[in-house]
Design a protein around this ligand. Structure first.
Ligand code: PHB
Length: 413
């Protein structure tokens, strides 16, 4: 059995799923060439309507550094759609999925295909901040609705917010600014920062840096390796030489697996505490990181260990269907699908009047497994709690145990 098969909750027999196999390949090879997990079905492209199939365009990476995140998002959507018999306001849901490859030069072409050729009713997905920024004007100017279920680019719900763009995930700095004072008070006063060299990495580090320095902390060093990196040794050498009391990082997908494993191999684990944005130790990567991740403290709006009745139900249903524990990425896509369901029920299946649909999305209320959750009517970004979590052994697995509730956090406006 591969280490993928250990991504299980207590009592559920570990078996390899198709996804585990795909993901194992992706992590080993650094790339994944998988076909759509959900095939387009039913009749070919037709006009947008209030009856007939409801076409959801799903744009996620199924190859490259973030392929595992894309797969989790598809699974989160599948779980919710199953629970409503794949039907919203009397319309059968038809998923049309495209691989964004998490590339800013690929995703816009795929988005245009979904809008112009497939004539989808709305689009959801998007993992990479650069892709979200590259799509912003397309959706804004054509008045098409985009529900982002991961990419955190601050501007998309901040300086460049759009009436037609919503997020069920987070804005990048929102996940880390609440951690600054906590890290200063509980871990160390001198920090070194490290994250991939693009918008998400920079914004998560800036969010942390602002509140950490306001609390009295000092940032002594920063380093930004390329996204999709294999060898962190040169960067770990520099981080160690800066002699910080804490290293604060963001990595995700295959980058997170490698960074956390190499942190231990390089001998830093146990010497300099590692903290960061919670994506670095989420359920998509924890089984492969294993004991190397133990003790890492991160901030995030979710962990499968959150103790709410809705989360227990969500985790149980997810495990029963996919034989693995849900990650924040699955949760965000599950909530995006819930939100779409609630809004389109309000418009009684009508998706052609985009302004009415926007209003319904703003007013929709859903019960998220993450706990308190509302869409900020001003920015369309979630208002929610951020938790400090620590990787600990939980039964036979590793899990992110909540060690502090950092309170309600808003995105930039
Ligand atoms: C992003 O690019 O916005 C991004 C990617 C992966 C994450 C979080 C944010 O885990």
């Amino acid at each position: 059995m591969s280490d993928q098969g250990t991504r299980q909750g207590g009592g559920v027999r570990a078996i390899l799923t198709r996804r585990s196999l795909l993901k194992g390949t992706a992590m080993a090879a650094g790339a994944l060439a998988a076909g759509p997990l959900l095939q387009a079905c039913g009749p070919a492209a037709g006009p947008q309507a209030s009856s007939g199939p409801l076409k959801l365009g799903v744009l996620v990476p199924l190859s490259g550094v973030y392929s595992g995140l894309g797969q989790d998002m598809v699974q989160g959507m599948q779980l919710y759609l199953d629970s409503i018999n794949n039907e919203i306001a009397g319309r059968k849901v038809q998923i049309i999925q495209e691989d964004s490859e998490a590339k800013t030069d690929v995703a816009p072409t795929k988005a245009r295909k979904l809008l112009d050729q497939d004539k989808v009713d709305l689009v959801t997905g998007i993992v990479h901040s650069g892709v979200a920024l590259a799509l912003r004007d397309l959706f804004d100017s054509t008045k098409n609705i985009l529900i982002i279920s991961n990419a955190g680019a601050d501007d998309v719900t901040g300086a460049k917010k759009s009436k037609y763009i919503f997020r069920t995930s987070f804005s990048n700095s929102q996940t880390t600014y609440p951690a600054g004072p906590w890290v200063f008070n509980n871990i160390g006063k001198k920090a070194a920062l490290s994250a991939p060299d693009y918008a998400a990495g920079k914004e998560m580090m800036n969010g942390f840096k602002r509140t950490f320095t306001e609390a009295g902390g000092e940032v002594v060093f920063e380093v930004y390796p390329p996204l999709g990196n294999n060898d962190y040794q040169p960067f770990l050498t520099q981080l160690q030489q800066a002699n910080p009391e804490v290293i604060f990082s963001f990595y995700s997908g295959s980058d997170a697996v490698r960074f956390v494993q190499q942190y231990e191999q390089f001998g830093l684990k146990g010497k300099i505490p590692l903290a960061g944005a919670g994506f670095m130790t989420e359920s998509d990567v924890l089984p492969q990181q294993g004991a190397a991740a133990e003790g890492i403290r991160t901030s995030l709006h979710y962990t499968y260990l959150l103790d709410t009745p809705e989360n227990k139900k969500f985790v149980e249903a997810y495990q029963a269907k996919f034989n693995e524990l849900p990650s924040v990425f699955a949760l965000q896509a599950y909530d995006a699908t819930q939100l779409i369901d609630a809004a389109i029920k309000t418009t009684q299946g009508n998706t052609s009047d985009k302004d009415k649909l926007v209003e319904a999305l703003v007013n929709a209320s859903i019960t998220s497994p993450r706990g308190p959750f509302k869409i900020d009517p001003d920015t369309h970004n979630p208002i929610m709690h951020i938790y400090m979590r620590e990787v600990q052994k939980v039964g036979d697995d590793m899990g992110n145990v909540v060690i502090a509730d950092l309170g309600e956090a808003k995105g930039p406006s």
